[in-house]
Design a protein. Structure first.
Length: 277
């Protein structure tokens, strides 16, 4: 087989694979612009019209925002934003302490931190609910933000990066009379910008995609986040498929708008921490 034919076959295989993966996404996006009764009309049996935006309507998106989905997006942005900001502060401080200071039990505590981000949330959901309930935070924004601030993976990212910074920087700053907090802010944080972006994106996306914990912590459903809000488009007897697909498109679009321009820094942050993406 000639190199040209082999190359053409490789490109063909990539194109077919991409088509298989993109096709369902394309159909879901188009379905958000169709009337609810037309979504499955050309799918069983399949006709090419199923992949065309016809009939085209924005009724689903109008209905979504009439049902209060805009406030749900704002709620989720508030929770995810607070979690990201507070999480960056807490996790950077923890990573800084693990990387530069010696204290009794350091290895054991670091081991617990590393193991913590490998645990499934379901394993700690009920103990966490008990603690939050005793604090009186049920149906309060604090129940969504505070438990999500400390993140073992974010601590590990900062710890790995800060360990790679030459100790000479820290010692030189100490000779100049700088305290440990000033050194963190003036020396380590500017160097760790890609790590901050990586950790921040992870904290934001983890909170943005959360479903089970908001469902448990907010039983009154007066303050809905986006994943819980999407469940409202399906009830016992009917499903507003076009509205559900429209909500899914919006839900996926917002993190993408953050991830795409920051992708380079995200990869740099993971590479600098020693994690292979």
């Amino acid at each position: 087989m000639s190199p040209a034919v082999r190359k053409a076959l490789i490109y063909l295989a990539i194109a077919v694979t991409a088509f298989i993966f993109v096709l369902p996404l394309w159909w879901a996006i188009l379905s958000s612009f169709r009337p609810n009764d037309a979504i499955f009309r050309d799918l069983f049996p399949f006709t090419p019209r199923a992949l065309l935006p016809e009939p085209f309507t924005l009724d689903a998106y109008v209905a979504i925002f009439q049902r209060g989905f805009g406030s749900i997006i704002a709620n989720t942005l508030l929770v995810a934003g607070l979690t990201t900001v507070l999480g960056l502060i807490v996790n950077a401080l923890a990573g800084y302490a693990f990387a530069l200071f010696e204290f009794p039990g350091k290895s054991a505590v670091l081991g617990v931190v590393v193991v913590s981000f490998m645990l499934q949330f379901e394993a700690i959901a009920m103990p966490l609910y008990s603690v939050v309930s005793q604090l009186g935070w049920i149906d309060h924004v604090a129940a969504l933000v505070v438990p999500s601030v400390a993140n073992g993976l974010a601590v590990f990212l900062f710890y790995q990066f800060f360990q790679q910074v030459p100790k000479d920087y820290y010692e030189a700053a100490r000779l100049e009379g700088a305290g440990w907090l000033r050194i963190l802010w003036s020396v380590y944080v500017p160097l760790s910008l890609p790590t901050c972006i990586s950790a921040g994106l992870m904290l934001f996306i983890f909170q943005w995609e959360a479903f089970l914990w908001p469902l448990l912590a907010m039983p009154a459903q007066q303050f809905k986040v986006i994943q819980v809000g999407m469940a409202a488009f399906q009830d016992q007897y009917t499903t507003a498929w076009n509205q559900l697909f429209g909500a899914a498109v919006i839900t996926a679009l917002i993190p993408m708008l953050l991830l795409i321009p920051l992708q380079r820094y995200y990869v740099q942050g993971l590479a600098g921490s020693g994690i292979k993406g």
